[in-house]
Design a protein around this ligand. Structure first.
Ligand SMILES: [Ca+2]
Length: 106
């Protein structure tokens, strides 16, 4: 199995769990920095603990990138490319109910 993962430098972590009784058999491609129209997406400089998720937020059929971080907020990078060749717009604060989406961290 070949898997590639996105690294949101510098604070990124991934956990792989193998099926019971089977040793993990994975090959990893080198990490790739993901960019939006305003540069490489890096939530590590300010807050870290980035939690990326691909989800079609605006219902256009293209999965967008949502990144939560230790600030308790989320940044939405709309996919303005395609599913095959994603291209992300400049990040904006994710809104919920007309307000900036936020979860309490502490
Ligand atoms: Ca979308």
């Amino acid at each position: 199995m070949l898997a590639s993962f996105v690294r949101f430098a510098p604070l990124a972590s991934w956990v792989m769990v193998a099926p019971d009784g089977a040793p993990p058999q994975f090959q990893f491609a080198p990490p790739v920095a993901i960019a939006a129209e305003n540069g490489v997406i890096d939530h590590g400089k300010a807050w870290g603990h980035a939690g990326p998720c691909l989800f079609d937020v605006d219902g256009d059929g293209l999965r967008d990138l949502v990144v939560g971080d230790f600030s308790g907020t989320f940044t939405l990078y709309r996919n303005v490319g395609s599913e095959r060749e994603r291209k992300f717009a400049r990040g904006v604060a994710l809104q919920a109910g007309g307000e900036e989406a936020k979860v309490p961290v502490y």
